[in-house]
Design a protein around this ligand. Structure first.
Ligand code: C2E
Ligand code: SIN
Ligand code: SIN
Ligand code: FE
Length: 398
């Protein structure tokens, strides 16, 4: 498929029609909101041959408009947020549903330069149209700036941009719904995991979070796809879910367990397996294997089955490295916290004994990032997206 690059404006009506048809096809196959918005912006940049296309979506809860600024100088992940009541044309279009077309943005008092300032972009001409759903509700704003031939936007451009916004609105709404469902599912799973760990951990949240991040980093270092690694990240907090079934006198015993008590303790793997057995979602299927097999050992001397080497599902081999490393690093009622370096040495020494050597090698690779999780400075940092949010927060002065 040939996509004309900016500079080769599609001139014939036929070409434009073909691009519009392709637009519909490309965007209807994308369910992830971030990717969808990137594809739409890229397509519109091409079809209308402009310097920039920005898509703003309404965040109803916060009463803000947000956009990931895709192009710019080192600001690929910058999220711009404009309160609905901010000055400027974007919030105006979102409030009123009117189209605004400015031949020279900087000469128009309605235009706010704030976004240009943070993105280092010089808007000349700009056109902003509302993004509406089928019931006419405004979902956001599509904005294009700087036609490559330096002419102002005309009625024809307005018509095409509105048409593209209409074509895109269905896909955007579906992607938003999927996102909501995904977030709700992950929240539910995470809270379930917190329930299981709640009784015996000082700091459940950082414990679950650390295991989850370490498992994710190991998976990536093993060469897994980002999608697979994310499944592992999201399923790993459930590995000890079976502990909900254990009585306090065992789980919370301040000191060494007797052999009989440890036998009972071991059953948390079987309970976890039973709780998650027969799940339909990929995520819970993965969590099932993790909870059942995360105490198996590479040499076959683990529990509950005594599986050996590759008999142990890979996701369980990964989470066990993360689980033991974290368990060693923190305080438990039955043990003191080890120094991070001691725990690291322990993991390396157990390669080929307790742990899959490949997982240990992967852990070694990502250890510099893992270490940071346990340094005091970074206790509350969010480790996931190194993303900047810039809120342009000047209230509208009447
Ligand atoms: P946990 O505290 O989350 O520990 C997970 C795993 O980390 C342990 O699995 C073990 O492989 C490793 N680990 C934790 N602390 C140490 C340690 O001091 N030295 C070494 N070498 N490894 C350590 P394991 O042993 O199968 O234990 C499973 C769970 O049983 C533990 O989860 C904990 O909840 C409980 N548990 C184990 N031993 C005791 C104990 O002596 N007293 C109490 N109260 N609970 C225990
Ligand atoms: C505005 O809302 O007026 C400015 C946003 C922009 O075009 O960069
Ligand atoms: C404006 O933003 O230009 C006027 C106020 C409004 O539309 O709500
Ligand atoms: Fe466990």
């Amino acid at each position: 498929m040939q996509i004309p690059q900016p500079g080769n404006t599609p001139h014939t009506a036929e070409e434009k029609l073909r691009l519009l048809v392709e637009f519909g096809a490309r965007i209807s196959s994308e369910l992830r909101l971030d990717k969808l918005l990137a594809v739409i912006a890229q397509q519109i940049t091409t079809i209308l041959d402009v310097g920039r296309c920005t898509i703003y979506l309404k965040d109803e809860e916060k009463q803000e408009l947000w956009s990931k600024i895709a192009k710019g100088h080192g600001l690929e992940h910058t999220e711009i947020r404009l309160p609905m009541n901010s000055p400027g044309i974007i919030a105006h279009v979102a409030r009123t549903g009117e189209t605004i077309n400015l031949p020279e943005a900087y000469e128009d008092p309605r235009f706010s330069m704030d976004v240009d300032m943070v993105t280092d972009f010089r808007t000349r001409s700009t056109l902003a149209v509302p993004l509406r759903n089928n019931s006419g509700q405004v979902l956001g704003v599509f904005q294009i700036s700087n036609k490559s031939d330096n002419t102002p936007f005309d009625k024809n451009d307005e018509g095409i941009l509105l048409l593209l916004a209409t074509l895109a609105s269905g896909s955007i709404e579906i992607a938003q719904l999927y996102q909501e469902i995904r977030v709700a599912q992950l929240e539910t799973i995470y809270r379930l995991a917190v329930t299981a760990e709640y009784r015996d951990q000082q700091d459940t949240r950082s414990h679950l979070k650390n295991i989850s991040i370490i498992s994710y980093l190991i998976a990536l270092a093993l060469g897994m796809s980002k999608g697979e690694a994310e499944l592992i990240k999201n399923a790993s907090p459930l590995h000890d879910i079976g502990k909900v079934a254990l009585a306090d006198n065992i789980l919370l015993k301040p000191g060494k367990l007797t052999p009989e008590e440890f036998e009972i303790m071991k059953s948390h793997t079987l309970y976890g397996g039973r709780i998650l057995e027969g799940a339909h979602s990929k995520l819970l299927q993965m969590a099932h294997k993790m909870s059942l097999y995360h105490h198996e050992k590479w040499n076959g001397k683990g529990y509950p089955m005594g599986l050996k080497e590759e008999q142990i599902p890979l996701e369980a081999r990964i989470v066990t490295v993360a689980d033991v490393f974290d368990a060693l690093c923190v305080f438990r009622v039955y043990k003191k916290a080890w120094k991070t370096e001691e725990a690291y040495e322990y993991i390396l020494n157990e390669s080929g004994i307790s742990f899959d050597p490949r997982c240990v090698a992967a852990f070694k690779k990502v250890y510099p990032a893992v270490r940071k999780l346990y340094s005091h400075i970074s206790v509350n940092q969010s480790n996931e997206s190194p993303e900047t949010t810039i809120t342009i927060n000047q209230p509208l002065s009447e």
